[in-house]
Design a protein around this ligand. Structure first.
Ligand SMILES: Cc1ncc(COP(=O)(O)O)c(C=O)c1O
Length: 332
């Protein structure tokens, strides 16, 4: 199965596997649940986070095509944009970011701190667009402009979530299976935030290819289920097709919970704040306010509500994003 993925060019950004550990203290407060965490947040490069797995494939393709410049898009405090810039620079590309003010926050930290601070430190060119702007159209126009200057430009899709980038999370499912085997454990639930859906869709496809019985559950952080489900379903089937399989994922395979999204993308919730403080206080680990904090809050709420069967093993994917905490200073 790995051979089908290894056919795609890749620029390595991660070690062979990310750490899995069991939480010790926090579970005592939530029904003694068996909660494990997979550390995709560890700072291998650029502050760390889930997008590195996707970027391996985009940078591999960009190198293969002989490109010299990367354009990435995202919201103003996008982790994806920050990591695209870090990975692109690491691989020797020039990089420009197209950022839209998608979240109605204009306090000093949101504008200047967090991911923005790191992007300024990296010295990449940032194009700032208002909330209604079409980021992709802007990126396409900028690509054309740079190409008249002799550059060869590669545009990374929104969120790194097309079939190619999502292969990173098919691989992650294979990696989890190997860790299960090596450590003689079986994860019954795998939990992730679902934003642009590539992480969730990749894990679903990986588990399907492995015939795993684990339930892969996504907590919506970008949009409600009526839009996130069709997006995730379509993407999961596109990934299967890219790997030469029939598109066999059905709506029943897409497990989503929109109850912790709150008022929308990047909008803080009471549960998110509580979850971030709880994990920090009990375990010394940091979540982020936009993605992992909401998903972790959802997982805790659903454990309390009895939605995860007692005694089963839960694997929570720590997807990163901690620089976002500095942008939300006023919430804590
Ligand atoms: C920290 C973090 N977690 C989760 C996600 C969601 O991943 P996806 O966009 O693949 O759904 C993102 C997306 O930007 C992220 O930055």
């Amino acid at each position: 199965m790995k051979d089908a993925i290894n056919k795609f060019p890749r620029y390595p950004l991660l070690p062979e596997s990310t750490l899995v550990t069991k939480l010790c203290r926090l579970p005592k407060l939530v029904k003694n649940a068996n909660i494990y965490i997979k550390r995709d947040d560890i700072n291998y490069l650029g502050g760390g986070g889930n997008k590195l797995r996707k970027l391996e494939f985009y940078l591999g393709e960009a190198q293969f095509k002989g490109c010299d410049t990367i354009i990435a898009m995202g919201a103003w405090q996008s982790n994806h944009a920050r990591l695209s810039a870090a990975a692109a620079l690491h691989a020797g590309f020039q990089c420009e970011l197209v950022l839209g003010k998608k979240v109605a926050r204009d306090d000093h930290d949101y504008i200047n701190n967090g991911n923005n601070l790191l992007e300024r430190a990296m010295g990449v060119k940032i194009h700032t667009l208002d909330s209604s702007a079409d980021l992709m159209q802007y990126a396409i126009n900028r690509k054309a402009e740079l190409e008249t200057q002799g550059k060869k430009v590669y545009i990374i899709p929104f969120g790194g979530s097309d079939a190619l980038g999502s292969l990173g999370y098919v691989n992650c499912a294979f990696e989890i299976a190997k860790q299960e085997h090596d450590n003689n454990i079986k994860f019954d639930y795998i939990i992730t935030p679902n934003g642009s859906s590539g992480t969730h869709a990749g894990l679903i496809v990986g588990c399907k290819l492995l015939n795993s019985t684990a339930q892969v559950i996504g907590y919506n952080v970008l949009a409600p289920t009526d839009t996130t489900l069709p997006t995730t379903l379509k993407l999961a089937n596109e990934i299967l097709e890219l790997l030469g399989h029939k598109p066999t994922i059905t709506p029943e395979d897409i497990l989503l919970n929109e109850n912790y999204l709150g008022k929308g993308y990047g909008q803080p919730t009471v549960e998110m704040r509580k979850a971030i403080k709880l994990l920090a206080h009990e375990e010394g680990l940091f979540l982020d306010p936009v993605y992992s904090g909401k998903a972790f809050a959802g997982m805790l709420g659903d454990i309390e509500a009895g939605k995860y069967l007692a005694g089963k093993n839960i694997l929570y994917l720590m997807t990163g994003g901690t620089p976002g905490l500095y942008a939300y200073q006023s919430e804590f």
